[in-house]
Every structure is written in C-alpha cells, then in structure tokens.
Design a binder for this molecule. Structure first.
Ligand code: ZN
Length: 376
C-alpha cells in the first residue's frame, strides 16, 4: 500500500475497471485487502453474465465483542474509463484527455482502505468490519443483486458512494423501468402509404400524453431511449421507447406506473391498426432510515468530531444501499467528495479524499469505543 492517499488513489484509477471489465482491478483490490489482514472471498457472479468480476467480500475479525460494521463500495466505473491519466491541479485531482476520473467509486475504496491501514498502524483495538466491493453497479446494481447477503453478519453499514462531504443519505427512491414497443405496419412510403401504420406517429402521440420530469417532490419520470425506423421511404412498423419512474413512495410509484401504461394504451387505441406491448421491471426498492438510529448518530458525531457539519438527506438516486436495505441491512450512503461524476470533467479535491478517510477512522474509533453505550 502507498503511504500517501493521493498516490494510492492515482494508482487505483490508472487500473481501468469499466463495468464488465473489472478483473484486473478486482485482483489488485483483493491483494490489498489480504495485505491489510482481511479474510477475502470472491463470489460466483463472474460466471453469470456481462463479463463482470465476482463481488469481493472481506472480513476483518477485530478484537472486540461487537457486531461487525459493513462498508460497501463498487469496483466498476462508467465509460469512458480506459487509460485514465490522473493529475493534480490546485488541490484537485482530474483526468487528462477524454476519460472519466473514476472517483466514482474509487474515492470510497481508497478512503476506506487508507483508514483501515492507519487504524492498524495506530494499534487501535479494531471492531470487526465487513467490506463488500460489488461489481457492475453502474449497469443496474447487478453485483449487489447477485450477492448472497445472508453471509453478512452486520446489521448496519455505510455505502461510500455519494458526492458531497458531510452528506449522509438516509433515504432513496424505488425505481421501475418501463419498456414500450409500439407496433405499426410497414409499407412503401411513396407507392402505398395507405397500407402502412406509422409506429413513430403512434409512439409520439403516446409520449405526448405522458408527463415527464419532476412530478412532485419525491417522484420523477424520464423517457431516455427511443429506437425505431429504417429509412425515409419505409413506413416504420416498430418503435421501442424506454423510460424510468422513481419515487420515494412505493404507493405513488405503483399508481404512476399504471397511469403511464394506461395513457400509452389509450393513445395506441386511437390508431385502429396499431398495437403495443410493454414490460415493467422493478430495479430496486426505496428505503428510509430512522434518523434516531444509533449508527446514524455515530456517523453524524464522527463528522462533528472532525469539524464538519453533517447533513442528513434523501437522494434521488439508487445505489447498492437500496439492495442491501431490502435485504434487511440498514445502509446509509456517504458523500466521498467525488464531483461531476459520469462525465469527463469528473474530479475530486485532495482535501476531501483526506477528510473522508479521517471520518472513517473516527467512525470506526467511536464504534469500537461504544460497547458500553450499546449495552446501556
Ligand atoms: Zn457510484
């Protein structure tokens, strides 16, 4: 392990790990965890699909009779994430050329491993820790969905996978994906357009009927992909439209999903010879943690102890925490300092990397010293 957190971060981001192409980075991380003294296992997810690496599970046994505390990060990145060339400018780490930086989520990984390294050096009597490094998070939380969470002993944990320092995300929405296929009939556009049914017109009419954007303070709809048509001289017979609905309220999500489907159906019925098929997939469930949860209080206290005021918030995004919460492990999501993620302008401040690593040390410290508090 490098003894400078910036060098360590740069070393990690140079090892590309786009979703489905994470094996080299997974091997590196496994070695690092073994060096830190963890028991490490990798599950069988690598055999299932997409070329993803297995999920990495590490256990630090610790010396205190406490339940372990779970930390979770993902090892994959979005594209373009090959040949990343990081540099530091005015205290900010960026990437040269046309790639992302990879601070999503390698900032979390570095902050965590560096904190554990420092705690071990200090001789602190560590509480037991569990670490889950998932793969293929960015393409639908696939690793977390595959992972057998029944092996986890922790009941509480922290996903290090949000942006602003000080943010403690205690709630996230559920999400449905909707796929519509609007079906018309092909015909030569110049010779006999009367025989055709234009699926692009059908799809356009349906979309026009459906509200998108922010529906209310906890609900959003977006249609993000449309595919269809062959050439200007062919009446198109097929258009695929896909979108998503998110809400912090499961009830609203269900009602709205049905409303959107019914609006699409009604729009299609206005074209007598058109048809539509659709499917709905639940990507993940919502969660909302109790603010009085002992672990959230520890997290907030750890921030205060290092001079940062914590913010408890609900987010608009899904993460591995949604999957783990559904499995009964109460997971909050912590801002790592990553910024402008999923763009080639992605960056992170050196200071933020350092601060969150210190926060993790402080949190583990407080937790390790909390035995009496828990018993009381
Ligand atoms: Zn992420």
């Amino acid at each position: 392990m490098k003894d400078n957190i910036v060098d360590y971060f740069m070393q990690m981001v140079r090892i590309g790990s786009e979703s489905g192409n994470e094996r080299e980075f997974a091997a590196f991380i496994t070695d690092e965890l073994l060096h830190l003294g963890a028991d490490v296992t990798i599950d069988g997810f690598s055999n299932s699909s997409h070329g993803c690496s297995g999920n990495i599970y590490a256990y630090f046994s610790g010396r205190i009779e406490l339940e372990p505390l779970l930390f979770c990060c993902h090892i994959d990145t979005v594209k373009p994430g090959i040949d990343i060339d990081p540099y530091v400018e005015d205290g900010v780490i960026k990437s040269r050329g046309n790639t992302i930086l990879g601070s999503d989520d390698k900032s979390g990984i570095v902050e965590l491993l560096f904190a554990i390294h420092n705690l071990r050096l200090s001789g602190f009597d560590m509480p037991p820790l569990e670490i889950l490094f998932t793969s293929c998070e960015e393409i639908g939380l696939l690793g977390a969905k595959y992972f057998d969470s029944s092996i986890l002993k922790s009941k509480y944990g922290f996903a290090l996978d949000s942006m602003e320092v000080g943010n403690i995300i205690i709630g996230a929405p559920a999400q449905n994906t909707l796929n519509f296929e609007f079906i018309g009939k092909t015909a030569h556009a110049g010779f006999e357009p009367e025989k055709g049914v234009n699926a692009i017109k059908v799809a356009a009419h349906a979309l026009d009927e459906i509200q998108v954007g922010r529906i209310d303070e906890e609900t959003t709809i977006n249609f993000g992909v449309i595919l269809g048509g062959y050439a200007n001289n062919i009446v198109p017979d097929k258009v695929i439209v896909s979108g998503e609905i998110r809400s912090h309220s499961e009830e609203k999500l269900e009602t709205l999903t049905n409303q959107v489907i019914n609006k699409a159906k009604a729009a299609v019925e206005e074209f007598p010879k058109a048809d539509m098929i659709y499917d709905v997939t639940r990507e993940y469930n919502s969660f909302l943690l109790d603010e009085n949860n002992f672990y959230l209080k520890l997290a907030a206290q750890a921030f205060k102890n290092i001079g940062i005021s914590p913010q408890l918030l609900k987010s608009g995004g899904g993460s591995d925490a949604n999957i783990l919460n559904k499995d009964g492990i109460q997971m909050a999501v912590i801002g790592t300092g990553m910024d402008k993620v999923h763009t080639v302008d992605e960056q992170i401040k050196v200071r933020d990397l350092e601060v969150i690593s210190v926060w993790i040390e402080e949190l583990i410290n407080l937790y390790g010293n909390s035995k009496r508090g828990l018993d009381a």
